[in-house]
Design a protein around this ligand. Structure first.
Ligand SMILES: Cc1cc2nc3c(=O)[nH]c(=O)nc-3n(C[C@H](O)[C@H](O)[C@H](O)COP(=O)(O)OP(=O)(O)OC[C@H]3O[C@@H](n4cnc5c(N)ncnc54)[C@H](O)[C@@H]3O)c2cc1C
Ligand code: SF4
Length: 298
């Protein structure tokens, strides 16, 4: 624990946002990172809990709690407080292949589970995560790390969304030769074609794809498995096949929450109406996708 009194001394600070007059000029990210000293103070707020609920991902009362990839949160909070950013980055990469994505788009169940949150605003975990990896790229600490040895095994990965990319990163590090097949013209799945730029700029996705290429992962776009290449062909050419195809099927709108009428539950999933003429959007229920729609439109 960096500073035993940190959680008493410092209040929670989150990034500011670019002024609206600037934001309407483009679709770029609008969060402005805190200065380094303030990030260190935010790291100092972590209490290094005996039972760090932030770091233990799981379901509590059927709800996601804690970090699903088990990020070593108290450890890198402490390292950031001590200004040891490169060490913090090593710790972050131990559990997370793409912290530059999660530090921007993850809904942060870690913060919802932070013990400090019981009586104070929680530690700004997600923003610290983003600051660590952004600093890593700025300082040139994030470099391609091809595996030292190859196993001679070949793996085909179908789908280039975050699941497929993480599988490729891990299996490539283990020494297997990975080829990722993507039916779209660009790689990244919903990182590329779902999450808007204001939250995740596409250069950020391309930067990681370049690293993966330099580490030896091969990518094939505009190729739909099952149509352009058959499953049997793939099985003959590769030692293993990973399916990471995501879903194009929306949530079942007939599924209801307790007490919800069927009308309400339908609106929950299809509750957005855009009228281009008047440039207004009506939202009935505010899920993550709709928040992004509103932010992109405004
Ligand atoms: C609009 C929108 C906004 C979102 N915002 C957020 C957010 O802010 N934060 C967050 O955490 N999550 C967000 N999500 C959810 C998140 O994007 C998904 O949970 C995540 O991308 C799923 O990853 P995946 O790799 O499983 O699938 P996908 O990202 O869907 O990737 C699957 C890929 O497989 C490809 N594929 C499928 N079948 C084949 C085939 N036969 N051959 C070749 N390729 C194939 C598809 O073309 C696709 O590119 C959002 C989703 C949407 C739609
Ligand atoms: S739960 Fe909060 S205060 Fe406790 S270790 Fe995790 S981030 Fe720090």
């Amino acid at each position: 624990m960096g500073k035993p009194t940190g959680f008493k001394e410092f209040t929670r600070q989150t990034p500011s946002e670019r002024p609206a007059s600037e934001r309407i000029e483009n679709w770029n990210e609008f969060a402005v990172q805190l200065p380094v000293v303030e990030l260190q103070d935010q790291g100092a707020r972590c209490m290094d809990c005996g039972v760090p609920f932030c770091h233990t991902g799981g379901l509590m009362a059927n709800m996601a709690a804690g970090c699903p990839v088990n990020n070593l949160i108290p450890e890198w909070n402490d390292l950031v407080y001590h200004d040891l950013w490169s060490e913090a980055l090593d710790r972050l990469h131990k559990t997370n292949n793409f912290p530059e994505f999660t530090g921007r788009v993850c809904p942060a169940p870690c913060e919802g589970s932070c013990v400090l949150g019981i009586h104070e605003p929680p530690v700004t975990i997600k923003n610290i995560e983003r600051a660590i990896i952004d600093r890593g790229f700025e300082e040139g600490w994030v470099v391609p790390m091809p595996p030292k040895q190859r196993t001679g095994k070949k793996v085909a990965i179908i789908g280039s969304g975050p699941a497929g990319l993480a599988a490729a990163a891990q299996l490539n590090q283990a020494g297997h030769l990975c080829t990722v097949y993507e039916r779209d013209d660009r790689l990244g799945g919903l990182l590329m074609y779902g999450i808007p730029n204001m939250k995740l700029e596409k250069e950020t996705v391309e930067r990681r794809l370049d690293l993966l290429r330099k580490e030896g992962v091969e990518f094939v776009t505009n190729t739909e498995i099952g149509k352009d290449i058959s499953a049997d062909e793939l099985k003959n050419q590769f030692d293993a096949v990973v399916l990471a195809v995501g879903s194009t099927v929306p949530n079942d709108s007939s599924r209801r929450h307790p007490g919800e009428t069927s009308r309400e539950s339908t609106w929950r999933w299809s509750s957005c109406m855009v009228t281009p003429k008047a440039f207004w959007i009506r939202i009935w229920k505010m899920g993550i996708t709709f928040q992004q729609l509103v932010k992109t439109s405004s």
